[in-house]
Design a protein around this ligand. Structure first.
Ligand code: ADP
Length: 268
């Protein structure tokens, strides 16, 4: 008679004496159920995250392809290669779908490689040149004075910076300015992205890294996404042992500062 006893656990009076094993079993099942529910929540979140991650780059490639087909964008090898790289990155992203949800729980493994950070940051800047040009923006890249070598997961760094740079372009009106650059000291690389766009209010600033948070959704409904990009960004930066900081003023613009240690301190 498992059913009434399990039901009775909620109402202790219905449980007969000597059923401690069954109570234990009930508790274990409850714990397992919580685990299943948690996994279900992660799965749903992952789907939302993935849609967000795919939309911006796909729109970028699609609009460039359309422009080529309409004959208003030159079909140079450089442009084709840049689109190929973007699609290649997306297909790897799809392969790694699971890692996206794991990013939140910091359980995933980074594929650490020794890389030139300048090359990576410049590469992402180049990938967004077209979108920035479409909005008549001043879109600058500042070369660092010293080499910036770091041991990071390059795909994750690309994911972090794509989100921040695409936001800067998204939340800056036509004709605005976005500046991207990096520098390095003995322990870390600092990457920054500044815009003179709509900015974020003091009240909203502490919340922008929370999942699904969107400052003033009515104002940014047309330009924004679902408010998940920055929560993924934060999880990925922290997985590298780094930090992310934002300074912003409404109507004046925002600056995002990402600090990534040259070498991740591994847990003993
Ligand atoms: P979204 O998909 O809405 O862009 P994000 O998680 O990337 O989601 O960003 C969360 C919110 O932070 C955005 O909805 C927007 O209100 C704000 N935000 C992010 N970057 C900027 C920026 N460069 N300028 C102004 N607001 C920004």
């Amino acid at each position: 008679q498992v059913q009434p006893i399990l039901k009775g656990d909620r109402d202790k009076r219905l449980i007969p004496e000597g059923t401690s094993e069954l109570r234990e079993l009930y508790r274990t099942i409850n714990v397992l159920m919580e685990d299943v529910n948690q996994q279900e929540i992660w799965r749903k979140r992952m789907l939302v995250d993935l849609t967000h991650e795919l939309r911006t780059p796909l729109t970028s490639v699609l609009s460039r392809l359309e422009a080529i087909l309409d004959g208003v964008y030159p079909k140079t090898e450089e442009h084709l290669q840049s689109m190929y790289d973007e699609i290649d990155r997306l297909s790897r992203l799809v392969d790694n779908m699971e890692k996206l949800s794991e990013a939140e729980t910091a359980r995933f493994k980074l594929n650490i490689q020794r890389v030139q950070m300048t090359k990576i940051v410049k590469g992402i800047h180049d990938a967004y040149l077209f979108l920035a040009k479409e909005k008549n923006m001043k879109f600058l890249f500042h070369h660092p004075n010293t080499p910036c070598i770091a041991e990071v997961d390059p795909d994750r760094i690309i994911q972090i910076l794509s989100n921040i740079i695409s936001n800067a372009i998204k939340y800056t009106p036509d004709g605005g300015t976005v500046e991207v650059g990096l520098s390095s000291n003995e322990s870390e690389t600092l990457i920054y992205c500044s815009d003179n766009g709509i900015g974020i209010s003091e009240e909203d600033l502490p919340h922008i890294f929370k999942r699904f948070f969107r400052a003033d959704p009515s104002r940014s409904r047309d330009i924004g996404g679902l408010g998940v990009g920055l929560s993924i960004v934060k999880a990925l930066v922290e997985a590298h042992g780094g930090t992310i900081e934002v300074k912003s003023q409404v109507g004046r613009g925002s600056t995002f500062l990402v600090r990534i240690p040259h070498v991740i301190q591994r847990m003993p």
